[in-house]
Design a protein around this ligand. Structure first.
Ligand SMILES: [Fe+2]
Ligand SMILES: [Fe+2]
Length: 214
């Protein structure tokens, strides 16, 4: 089936719509069921609850950034297949965002108040690396997803053992982030220079440390 090509104005409007829908919680209905739906809630102490909420707020902020990154890359992608691949990944990231938001609500806490900053920063980074060309854009995504997997592994260690619902969400996200990274590599991602990877790690650290609290 032939899909209509989007004009730059269409793309801009779609991007603006996505930005609003992302930073203005609630995220809305995910396209796929929440992985936590299949597991029962266990009793958590108030301390465990607030730690779990801090970690899920970090993950929620990360998913806001993921939305922006993929939208940023898609908005400047030159190759239509690359653009479509990024759009597909963004759709999955949107489910992650909605699942994290649902879990935060269950834990009685709110998403990061700095959501517009995470979105704007990540969109600019996404669009800038996209302007350098698709192989760099894909390289950036591959490295981002690799770092996200490491980060989610640390959350799987840090989440309370009883918090099976958060764990179910994070485990599913972890699998899909790995797939996003592999898809980017298979699509021709370039290996980023070491200092760029380091800078990405530092930026992520600022975001994760801050979003745990705010
Ligand atoms: Fe994600
Ligand atoms: Fe991802």
């Amino acid at each position: 089936m032939n899909k209509r090509e989007l004009s730059p104005v269409d793309r801009f409007l779609a991007g603006a719509n996505n930005a609003l829908r992302t930073v203005a919680a609630p995220a809305g209905r995910p396209a796929r069921p929440n992985p936590a739906d299949t597991v029962d809630d266990l009793d958590l102490t108030s301390r465990e609850k607030s730690h779990a909420a801090g970690l899920m707020r970090v993950n929620h902020a990360g998913e806001i950034a993921a939305q922006a990154l993929y939208q940023g890359h898609a908005s400047v992608a030159r190759d239509r297949d690359t653009e479509r691949q990024m759009q597909r990944a963004a759709d999955e990231e949107f489910d992650h965002l909605a699942w994290c938001e649902q879990r935060l609500q269950e834990l009685g806490e709110a998403p990061s108040k700095l959501a517009p900053i995470w979105y704007a920063g990540a969109f600019m980074i996404g669009a800038t690396s996209g302007i350098l060309g698709d192989k760099w854009s894909l390289g950036f995504i591959a490295e981002t997803e690799r770092q996200v997997c490491e980060h989610l592994d640390s959350h799987l260690e840090g989440l309370p053992a009883e918090d099976v619902r958060s764990r179910a969400i994070v485990e599913t996200m972890r699998e899909e982030e790995q797939e996003h990274g592999e898809n980017a590599i298979n699509a021709g991602a370039a290996e980023l220079p070491g200092p760029v990877k380091k800078l990405m790690q530092l930026t992520a650290k600022v975001m994760t440390r801050t979003a745990y609290w705010v």
